[in-house]
Design a binder for this molecule. Structure first.
Ligand SMILES: [Mg+2]
Length: 382
């Protein structure tokens, strides 16, 4: 449908032209660039499979591996069972980051000044200057050529009048796709899609919408707005606007770190409180170090707990002031994890995340009465 819509590409654009560039199976593609003998073969980047006994998950896999049913986030042991002959490689994050840095520099050079937004290590929005859709397609082709020439990697690009449309379009024809949605085709493009294509609508919202007879974007758009708002609050408004193809959010660089976190998958599932609390101490120290590296204070501590069988829970607590106290991270994390201990179920993974961050420097925002906080801030600054 996107292709059919693109027939009106000579149409003069009065709206913004947004591109979402998403690298194709980024980590595994970078691996095949340095191991050309793996081109065309199933490659899985992630935890060590240990011949099926491995812990942890798949980070990324090649399209050939996907044909075996393997996907990101799957337990590595399952991936191994699905395709034991695949090449399993550890995550070489430093390498991917440096390749990402070079790609982002290329992408930035195509965007209007200050109209670039890196979304993740392999994905970015660009607001480009294009008078016609033809211009926009030309820019997308140049981007693809330059990345292929310099990094030997392919990407998929979506072009639309806003971030929502560009994002959904980018996912239509992977790998090496280029999908253009003309401004007058947005509704036609979105209507038949399931509501889960809208960013922010996950399984839970999907189920709630299903309960009121809404499964497609068209049904969401046609649904009574007042009923959506009474059920979902502000999110109801936003959801409805997105279903109508309306997304006014700007393409802008977000330099602030949103959160820092660490997690660990135990070598063996455990319900031993000593092992769990020791892990929390280590995770809290790691997370605190990342917080200091980012030069931030936190206000919210979250924990993630995954039981055997992948049953996953999160808990969060916010404090009434900004802090950088590692002991506070430990204490709150232990309290939050406490409810999951002694449940006759073993833990597989545990994680800590600090969010609601603020860049250090405004001492007046630091609370008092908890002692050690100011000390650790001065330790960092000094
Ligand atoms: Mg990608």
């Amino acid at each position: 449908m996107a292709r059919r819509c693109a027939i009106s590409r000579r149409l003069r654009l009065r709206s913004r032209t947004i591109l979402l560039v998403d690298m194709d199976s980024f980590f595994s593609s970078v691996e095949t660039v340095r191991h050309p003998e793996l081109v065309g073969l199933p490659v899985v980047v992630g935890a060590d499979p240990k011949e099926g006994a491995g812990r942890g998950v798949v980070s990324t896999c090649s399209y050939e591996a996907r044909e075996y049913g393997i996907h990101s986030g799957m337990p590595i042991s399952k991936a191994y069972r699905l395709c034991p002959d695949a090449t399993f490689l550890p995550v070489a994050m430093a390498l991917y980051q440096s390749v990402s840095g070079r790609i982002m520099r290329i992408l930035r050079s195509f965007a209007c000044v200050d109209k670039f937004q890196r979304v993740s290590i392999d994905e970015a929005f660009l607001d480009v200057k294009a008078n016609t859709l033809e211009d926009a397609i030309g820019i997308a082709r140049e981007i693809k050529e330059e990345i292929l020439e310099k990094e030997k990697l392919t990407c998929s690009i979506g072009i639309g009048l806003n971030k929502l449309v560009a994002k959904i379009a980018s996912d239509m024809e992977k790998p090496d796709g280029l999908t253009v949605v003309a401004p007058d085709c947005v509704q036609e493009f979105l209507d038949p899609m399931p509501v889960t294509k809208i960013p922010g609508i996950g399984k839970k919202t999907e189920q709630m919408l299903k309960g009121i007879g809404v499964t497609t974007i068209h049904e969401l758009r046609e649904h009574d707005l007042r009923r959506l708002v009474s059920r979902f609050g502000k999110w109801g408004y936003r959801m409805h606007a997105l279903a109508c193809g309306i997304d006014g959010s700007a393409v802008e660089e977000d330099r602030t770190v949103k959160s820092v976190g660490r997690e660990i998958t135990f070598d063996e599932d455990t319900s031993d409180p000593d092992v769990i609390y020791d892990s929390i101490d280590a995770l809290a120290d790691g997370t605190h170090k990342a917080l200091l590296n980012a030069g931030c204070l936190f206000r919210t501590v979250s924990v993630k707990v995954r039981f055997e069988g992948f049953d996953t829970h999160t808990r969060a607590r916010s404090i009434g002031f900004m802090s950088s106290d590692p002991e506070l991270v430990k204490r709150i994390s232990k309290e939050l994890v406490g409810e999951f201990i002694g449940k006759n179920k073993k833990l597989r993974l545990i994680g800590i995340r600090l969010s609601n961050l603020r860049v250090m420097g405004a001492e007046s925002e630091i609370g008092d009465g908890m002692g050690a906080r100011q000390t650790s801030i001065y330790e960092f600054i000094g």
